[in-house]
Design a protein around this ligand. Sequence first.
Ligand code: AMP
Ligand code: MG
Length: 498
Amino acid sequence: MHRPNPFHTLTFEPALEALGDDYHDVVAAAEFPRHTLRFRNDALLSTLGLPPTQVTEEDWIAAFGRFEGERAFLALRYHGYQFGAYNPYLGDGRGFLWGQVRGIDGGLYDLGTKGSGTTPYSRSADGRLTLKGGVREVLAAEALHRLGVRTSRCLCLIETGEALYRSDEPAPARSSVMVRVSRSHIRFGTFERLHYLGRKDLILKLLDHVLTVYYPHLLGEPNAYQLFYTELVERTAQLAAQWMAAGFCHAVLNTDNMSITGESFDYGPWAFIPTYDPGFTAASFDYFGRYCYANQPHACRWNLEMLQRPLEAVLAPEEMAVGLAVFEDCYHRTYQERMLARLGFAPPMTLPALELLRQTIQMLYDTQVGYHRFFSDLTGQFTPRWREDKQWMLMLHDFDLTLAQQNLFASWRDCYFGLLNTLPSDQMPEITQRLRQHNPDTVLLRPVIEAVWNPIVYADNWEPFYALLQEVSAPARAGSPSIGQTLGEGLDGGIVPE
Ligand code: AMP
Ligand code: MG
């Protein structure tokens, strides 16, 4: 008997398609000369309701390499502010919405492609994704998920056998199709396009769709639109704080890369910061540092402000100003909580805790010791003995500090010692556990990525990449007591709030 492809038996719910053809174009996928499955995310598959053992390599390739089946693929229409300038010529130029699926947790998930061929929005570009671009997006999403950042994740990566030419990669670059699972592919720019076209009717229809699917708890409230905007401001502020505490620089915070669900997605030239450098810029084309590390919260807030233009269809400027005003508080609260957790502590945010945070940032900035290395050393060296005697406390090996920097570090140690001593000794195991949970051993600094990319280029050896993926998605350091149990397996950020 003919066995259907398990991907065609998913619980589809074509919510966007049902809105009519004002928001998308139906497109066809490209035909590729070769298909090699390079990555399959079995954990995600389970969330979508498919047992991984029932899905063969051939199933993956048929669904996402050859794009077999009767599905209508939708290139989504959107505009956006790119580096501050409005661009009305955007839209899905190298990807499409493959389908929308109801997950076993009840959430609706988008399966979106990247690199699957040209669309009406490709302009003069090729509609393709380089293999390295695909590898980088897989890595970023898994690492951020592990770090508790609310992010899309990659479902699979298929190498497709074409030669590509890019200014930022040696020629010829290998090609790939990546499939991403996200909460939604509706962007701030989806609304901006409708405003640009003067289609208030379509803004209203899309807003009601967004509320119904992604903010159902607000339905029926008399001021549902204002509550929606305020919640989006909160979610976006939290996301910016999550990136900042993780030491992550997204690099291209244009409004076409901002999700209406406040989820992080679309990973291009992203980077983790090597040291605490507020001006660190990840994209070579970000000439003025608009999206540098420390500007990320400002960029997100600016994007939320621009979104007010389309939302004027339903909200008064004063109502939106009230919503936007929650950004600062929400950002700082989340950032402080996350940073405190990286130091091993939990709220309440007392004055000594705030002082420790201040000194930590100051010390990381002044000494330029490795940002991740610092938290990693803190985690590796911590013992409950620190609370008893200052001499056991953290040492920064391998760093040549000036006298002034040594003094700064000594003051930091005093501060940490003081905060530890506000806690009873039976709370020390919790500190250990928190440190291990929030500070991974391996961070995807650029040399780490190059170290797994080179074997792929020179020997088609994928083992180091798989090993790295395992490391960055491992729930916590070895020896950690049952931390795996505190991590959600679903699509939300992995770290469950304490
Ligand atoms: P991004 O910077 O990846 O968010 O992309 C910005 C816009 O350019 C989006 O509309 C993309 O779909 C489009 N785009 C980026 N790269 C390509 C490509 N190689 N071919 C076609 N469109 C592309
Ligand atoms: Mg994009």
